[in-house]
Design a protein around this ligand. Structure first.
Ligand code: NAD
Ligand code: MG
Length: 400
């Protein structure tokens, strides 16, 4: 890992800068201009926001999806009077250059879905400090990703609020002897109390209206199905090296306790805070130091009471599917992740109903969940493609 002298600024590349996590990351960075400098920003096709971010943060590089988006961005930058030294690139190689440059210390991996895998792997191989928000990359390619981190001597700091909480409750972030269980909390999403019959006809807008967190649309739908918590079980398994039997989910509607670690002596440690991603982002950026994040201090007196309940596995079949994929191991998590991404996109496009997300995921897992896990990124991507093709077919049949 590059040396981080407290006096030198830390250079950060933000993958997915225009998303919910990316914007929160830039808000934290803006609070500490002496500590952090932006090396690169990436934003796929959201060129307007990206252009404004470039004016504010003056990155060395900025990366978009393709030549057309790059041309649009160059025009916008010129119109806004941004520095002419900002290099505008596009495509996969430009993304990889933006993370692997020797100047870069830390990479915020906040592209949504499987699209984030390759640049996150590039950060791993080049030994960066990886602030990992993109849980899908770890779910689809857990072993490959961890091997890349070992070979590059990269550090991974979890951004997902639950995993960041667990990291904070473990000595040096590692689950050693004496840890009995890791308990991930879940809000239960917008449909925790809805009559089951009504859940079949919910709209994308209802699914994206999370009661506690403001997030991108894909993860909002994952929270509503609780597939998000299922993916997080798999994420925790890889991040902390704990078996499925030692991982639990507890529904906690207030989203104040972000997760817990239970020890053999009966102690349970928890991390608490307001539900705001700037806290885990600031934690991971500054680790092992602590910096201001801009988040309001938590008033437990105002919160009043904290509730906990077991998850309802009938209401949330996606949570059960993710548990099955975790138990099955091998290629099953990759297959489940791919099927879910396709199904969520189909739901957001009004092609299938809410219940169709679990139905597509279950069928695809059933039909190709016993495949071998790829030991190389190419093998993982081939399995991901195969599962996606099948998911498109199943979703198409459901849509008819
Ligand atoms: P978002 O949809 O708000 O932003 C996604 C970002 O990825 C955007 O910058 C977009 O331009 C970029 N992007 C989309 N498709 C791309 C592609 N094909 N290639 C390159 N870039 C692409 O999503 P988000 O809510 O910020 O979530 C980002 C990641 O962080 C997800 O993996 C999510 O699971 C994880 N996460 C988010 C939250 C949260 O509070 N939002 C919490 C925990 C974990
Ligand atoms: Mg989470």
């Amino acid at each position: 890992m590059p040396s981080m002298n407290a006096a030198d600024p830390q250079w950060v590349t933000v993958l997915g800068a225009t998303g919910s996590i990316g914007c929160s990351t830039l808000e934290v960075i803006a609070l500490h201009p002496k500590r952090y400098r932006v090396f690169a920003l990436t934003g796929h096709r959201q060129v307007d926001l990206l252009a404004r971010q470039c004016v504010r943060f003056a990155p060395r590089q900025v990366v978009v999806a393709d030549a057309a988006a790059a041309a649009q961005l160059r025009d916008l930058l010129a119109a806004l009077g941004a520095s002419s030294e900002i290099q505008v690139g596009y495509g996969r190689e430009a993304l990889e250059r933006a993370v692997a440059d020797p100047q870069v210390d830390s990479v915020m991996a906040a592209i949504v879905g499987a699209a984030g895998l390759e640049p996150t792997l590039a950060a791993a191989r080049s030994g960066k400090r990886i602030l990992l928000a993109n849980k899908e990359a770890l779910v689809m390619a857990g072993e490959v990703f961890l091997a890349a981190c070992r070979s590059g001597a990269a550090d991974v700091l979890p951004i997902d609020s639950e995993h960041n909480a667990v990291f904070q409750c473990l000595p040096q972030g590692r689950a050693g002897p004496g840890v009995r269980r890791i308990v991930l909390t879940a809000s239960g999403g917008p449909f925790r109390d809805m009559a089951l019959a009504q859940m079949a006809s919910v709209t994308p807008e209802q699914a994206c209206a999370h009661p506690n967190w403001s997030m991108g649309r894909k993860i909002s739908v994952d929270s509503a199905t609780m597939m998000n918590k299922g993916l997080e079980l798999i994420e925790a398994h890889y991040l902390f090296g704990v078996p499925a039997a030692a991982l639990e989910v507890l529904v906690h509607p207030q989203s104040i306790v972000h997760s817990l670690v239970e020890y053999d002596d009966g102690s349970m440690l928890a991390q608490l805070g307001n539900p705001d991603m700037r806290t885990p982002i600031a934690h991971a950026l500054a680790y092992p130091e602590r910096i201001a994040s801009g988040v309001e201090p938590l008033s437990l007196a105002c919160v009043g009471s904290l509730d906990f309940e077991e998850p309802d596995m009938v209401r949330f079949p996606c949570l059960r599917l993710a548990r099955e994929a975790l138990h099955a191991g091998a290629g099953a998590p990759c297959v489940l992740n791919a099927a879910n991404e396709v199904a969520v996109a189909a739901f957001l496009a009004n092609q299938i109903g809410f219940g169709g997300i679990a139905a597509v995921s279950a069928q695809v897992l059933d039909r190709c969940g016993t495949r071998e896990a790829g030991q190389s990124v190419e093998a993982v991507l081939a399995l991901d493609r195969e599962a996606r093709a099948l998911a498109h077919q199943v979703a198409g049949e459901l849509a008819r």
